[in-house]
Design a binder for this molecule. Sequence first.
Ligand SMILES: CC(C)(COP(=O)(O)OP(=O)(O)OC[C@H]1O[C@@H](n2cnc3c(N)ncnc32)[C@H](O)[C@@H]1OP(=O)(O)O)[C@@H](O)C(=O)NCCC(=O)NCCS
Length: 165
Amino acid sequence: MSSAPDSPAAKVSILWATTDHAARIAQLHGQLFDEAWSEKFIRDLNHDPACSLLLAADGRPDRIVGFVITRVVSDEAEILSIGVAQPYQRFGVGKRLVEAALRVMANSEVENVYLEVAADNKAAQALYRGVGFNQTGVRKDYYKRPDGGTSDALILAVAPTTGTQ
Ligand SMILES: CC(C)(COP(=O)(O)OP(=O)(O)OC[C@H]1O[C@@H](n2cnc3c(N)ncnc32)[C@H](O)[C@@H]1OP(=O)(O)O)[C@@H](O)C(=O)NCCC(=O)NCCS
Protein backbone atom coordinates (compact mmCIF):
# COMPACT_ATOMS: atom_id res chain seq x y z
CA MET A 1 0.00 0.00 0.00
CA SER A 2 1.36 3.46 -0.81
CA SER A 3 0.58 6.58 1.20
CA ALA A 4 -1.25 9.66 -0.08
CA PRO A 5 1.22 12.13 -1.70
CA ASP A 6 0.69 14.76 1.00
CA SER A 7 1.07 12.40 3.99
CA PRO A 8 4.24 12.37 6.15
CA ALA A 9 4.75 8.80 4.95
CA ALA A 10 4.65 9.65 1.21
CA LYS A 11 8.38 8.98 0.72
CA VAL A 12 8.69 6.03 3.07
CA SER A 13 10.30 2.90 1.60
CA ILE A 14 10.71 -0.57 3.11
CA LEU A 15 14.36 -1.70 3.14
CA TRP A 16 16.53 -4.43 4.62
CA ALA A 17 18.37 -3.30 7.75
CA THR A 18 22.13 -3.56 8.13
CA THR A 19 24.15 -3.45 11.35
CA ASP A 20 24.73 0.26 10.64
CA HIS A 21 21.05 0.82 11.46
CA ALA A 22 21.19 -0.86 14.89
CA ALA A 23 21.69 2.35 16.90
CA ARG A 24 18.72 4.13 15.36
CA ILE A 25 16.48 1.06 15.65
CA ALA A 26 17.43 0.77 19.33
CA GLN A 27 16.68 4.47 19.85
CA LEU A 28 13.27 4.15 18.19
CA HIS A 29 12.52 0.95 20.10
CA GLY A 30 13.32 2.78 23.35
CA GLN A 31 10.86 5.54 22.44
CA LEU A 32 8.05 3.07 21.75
CA PHE A 33 8.42 0.34 24.39
CA ASP A 34 8.75 0.27 28.19
CA GLU A 35 11.60 -2.25 27.93
CA ALA A 36 14.13 -0.79 25.50
CA TRP A 37 16.35 -3.14 23.50
CA SER A 38 20.04 -2.18 23.41
CA GLU A 39 21.98 -1.44 20.24
CA LYS A 40 24.05 -4.58 20.91
CA PHE A 41 20.92 -6.73 21.20
CA ILE A 42 19.61 -5.37 17.86
CA ARG A 43 23.03 -5.92 16.29
CA ASP A 44 23.06 -9.54 17.54
CA LEU A 45 19.59 -10.12 16.08
CA ASN A 46 20.80 -8.71 12.75
CA HIS A 47 23.72 -11.17 12.78
CA ASP A 48 21.41 -14.12 13.58
CA PRO A 49 20.67 -15.96 10.31
CA ALA A 50 17.21 -16.90 11.67
CA CYS A 51 16.23 -13.25 12.04
CA SER A 52 15.17 -10.66 9.48
CA LEU A 53 15.13 -6.92 10.11
CA LEU A 54 13.19 -4.63 7.79
CA LEU A 55 13.10 -0.86 8.03
CA ALA A 56 10.80 1.93 7.02
CA ALA A 57 13.00 4.81 5.84
CA ASP A 58 11.79 8.28 4.92
CA GLY A 59 13.52 9.34 1.70
CA ARG A 60 17.02 8.33 2.84
CA PRO A 61 18.15 4.92 4.17
CA ASP A 62 19.47 6.55 7.36
CA ARG A 63 16.18 8.31 8.22
CA ILE A 64 14.56 5.36 9.95
CA VAL A 65 10.94 5.78 10.98
CA GLY A 66 9.92 2.16 11.55
CA PHE A 67 11.13 -1.40 11.86
CA VAL A 68 9.93 -4.99 12.00
CA ILE A 69 12.01 -7.86 13.35
CA THR A 70 11.11 -11.50 12.67
CA ARG A 71 12.66 -14.85 13.55
CA VAL A 72 12.11 -18.17 11.77
CA VAL A 73 12.47 -21.49 13.57
CA SER A 74 11.78 -24.45 11.29
CA ASP A 75 8.31 -24.02 9.79
CA GLU A 76 7.24 -21.37 12.30
CA ALA A 77 8.08 -17.70 12.52
CA GLU A 78 7.53 -14.96 15.04
CA ILE A 79 7.26 -11.21 14.78
CA LEU A 80 9.56 -10.22 17.63
CA SER A 81 8.96 -6.49 17.46
CA ILE A 82 7.48 -3.79 15.27
CA GLY A 83 7.35 -0.06 15.73
CA VAL A 84 6.64 3.13 13.82
CA ALA A 85 7.82 6.57 14.97
CA GLN A 86 4.94 8.50 16.45
CA PRO A 87 4.75 11.26 13.74
CA TYR A 88 4.48 8.55 11.07
CA GLN A 89 1.79 6.48 12.78
CA ARG A 90 -1.64 5.99 11.17
CA PHE A 91 -0.30 6.45 7.64
CA GLY A 92 -0.04 2.78 6.69
CA VAL A 93 3.65 2.31 7.51
CA GLY A 94 3.04 -0.42 10.11
CA LYS A 95 0.83 -2.32 7.69
CA ARG A 96 3.47 -2.08 4.96
CA LEU A 97 6.10 -3.43 7.36
CA VAL A 98 3.96 -6.41 8.40
CA GLU A 99 2.99 -7.17 4.81
CA ALA A 100 6.64 -7.01 3.72
CA ALA A 101 7.64 -9.38 6.53
CA LEU A 102 4.84 -11.79 5.58
CA ARG A 103 5.93 -11.70 1.93
CA VAL A 104 9.48 -12.64 2.94
CA MET A 105 8.14 -15.58 4.95
CA ALA A 106 5.71 -16.66 2.23
CA ASN A 107 8.81 -17.40 0.14
CA SER A 108 10.17 -19.79 2.78
CA GLU A 109 9.02 -23.00 4.49
CA VAL A 110 7.12 -21.04 7.12
CA GLU A 111 3.57 -22.30 7.67
CA ASN A 112 2.50 -20.04 10.54
CA VAL A 113 3.63 -16.66 11.81
CA TYR A 114 3.01 -15.92 15.50
CA LEU A 115 3.23 -12.83 17.66
CA GLU A 116 2.34 -11.66 21.13
CA VAL A 117 0.45 -8.43 21.65
CA ALA A 118 -0.73 -6.79 24.86
CA ALA A 119 -4.47 -7.11 25.42
CA ASP A 120 -4.61 -3.33 25.97
CA ASN A 121 -2.70 -2.49 22.75
CA LYS A 122 -5.74 -1.94 20.56
CA ALA A 123 -3.79 -0.15 17.80
CA ALA A 124 -1.45 -3.09 17.22
CA GLN A 125 -4.30 -5.62 17.45
CA ALA A 126 -6.24 -3.72 14.78
CA LEU A 127 -3.17 -3.67 12.55
CA TYR A 128 -2.58 -7.42 12.92
CA ARG A 129 -6.22 -8.44 12.50
CA GLY A 130 -6.38 -6.23 9.40
CA VAL A 131 -3.70 -8.33 7.69
CA GLY A 132 -5.29 -11.65 8.65
CA PHE A 133 -3.98 -12.58 12.11
CA ASN A 134 -6.36 -14.43 14.43
CA GLN A 135 -6.07 -15.12 18.16
CA THR A 136 -4.83 -18.60 19.09
CA GLY A 137 -4.10 -18.18 22.79
CA VAL A 138 -3.56 -15.93 25.78
CA ARG A 139 -0.83 -15.58 28.42
CA LYS A 140 -2.29 -14.14 31.61
CA ASP A 141 -0.51 -11.17 33.21
CA TYR A 142 2.41 -11.59 30.80
CA TYR A 143 3.43 -7.93 30.55
CA LYS A 144 4.59 -6.12 33.70
CA ARG A 145 3.94 -2.38 33.54
CA PRO A 146 6.18 0.32 35.09
CA ASP A 147 3.27 1.28 37.40
CA GLY A 148 3.18 -2.28 38.79
CA GLY A 149 0.15 -3.33 36.76
CA THR A 150 0.00 -6.21 34.30
CA SER A 151 -1.56 -6.95 30.93
CA ASP A 152 -2.38 -10.26 29.30
CA ALA A 153 -0.55 -11.20 26.10
CA LEU A 154 -2.73 -12.36 23.23
CA ILE A 155 -1.10 -14.85 20.89
CA LEU A 156 -2.05 -14.23 17.26
CA ALA A 157 -1.18 -16.25 14.18
CA VAL A 158 -1.52 -16.17 10.41
CA ALA A 159 -0.35 -18.34 7.54
CA PRO A 160 1.96 -16.02 5.58
CA THR A 161 0.31 -16.70 2.25
CA THR A 162 -3.15 -15.80 3.54
CA GLY A 163 -2.33 -12.23 4.57
CA THR A 164 -3.61 -9.33 2.48
CA GLN A 165 -0.17 -8.75 0.92
C1 LIG B 1 1.23 -0.57 16.28
C2 LIG B 1 1.97 0.35 15.29
C3 LIG B 1 3.23 -0.36 14.79
C4 LIG B 1 1.02 0.64 14.11
O1 LIG B 1 1.77 1.35 13.13
P1 LIG B 1 1.04 2.38 12.14
O2 LIG B 1 2.01 2.72 11.08
O3 LIG B 1 0.44 3.49 12.91
O4 LIG B 1 -0.14 1.46 11.58
P2 LIG B 1 -0.92 1.68 10.20
O5 LIG B 1 -1.04 3.15 9.92
O6 LIG B 1 -0.29 0.83 9.16
O7 LIG B 1 -2.36 1.13 10.59
C5 LIG B 1 -2.90 -0.02 9.98
C6 LIG B 1 -4.21 -0.30 10.68
O8 LIG B 1 -3.98 -0.61 12.05
C7 LIG B 1 -5.04 -0.04 12.85
N1 LIG B 1 -4.49 1.00 13.73
C8 LIG B 1 -3.22 1.49 13.73
N2 LIG B 1 -3.08 2.40 14.73
C9 LIG B 1 -4.29 2.49 15.34
C10 LIG B 1 -4.77 3.26 16.43
N3 LIG B 1 -3.98 4.12 17.11
N4 LIG B 1 -6.05 3.08 16.81
C11 LIG B 1 -6.86 2.21 16.17
N5 LIG B 1 -6.45 1.46 15.10
C12 LIG B 1 -5.18 1.59 14.71
C13 LIG B 1 -6.03 0.55 11.88
O9 LIG B 1 -6.94 -0.48 11.54
C14 LIG B 1 -5.14 0.89 10.71
O10 LIG B 1 -5.82 0.95 9.48
P3 LIG B 1 -6.55 2.34 9.09
O11 LIG B 1 -5.57 3.45 9.37
O12 LIG B 1 -6.85 2.13 7.65
O13 LIG B 1 -7.76 2.43 9.96
C15 LIG B 1 2.32 1.72 15.97
O14 LIG B 1 1.15 2.23 16.58
C16 LIG B 1 3.41 1.61 17.01
O15 LIG B 1 4.60 1.65 16.69
N6 LIG B 1 3.02 1.46 18.29
C17 LIG B 1 3.99 1.40 19.38
C18 LIG B 1 4.76 0.09 19.38
C19 LIG B 1 3.82 -1.10 19.43
O16 LIG B 1 2.84 -1.13 20.15
N7 LIG B 1 4.17 -2.15 18.64
C20 LIG B 1 3.39 -3.39 18.58
C21 LIG B 1 3.77 -4.30 19.69
S1 LIG B 1 2.89 -5.85 19.59
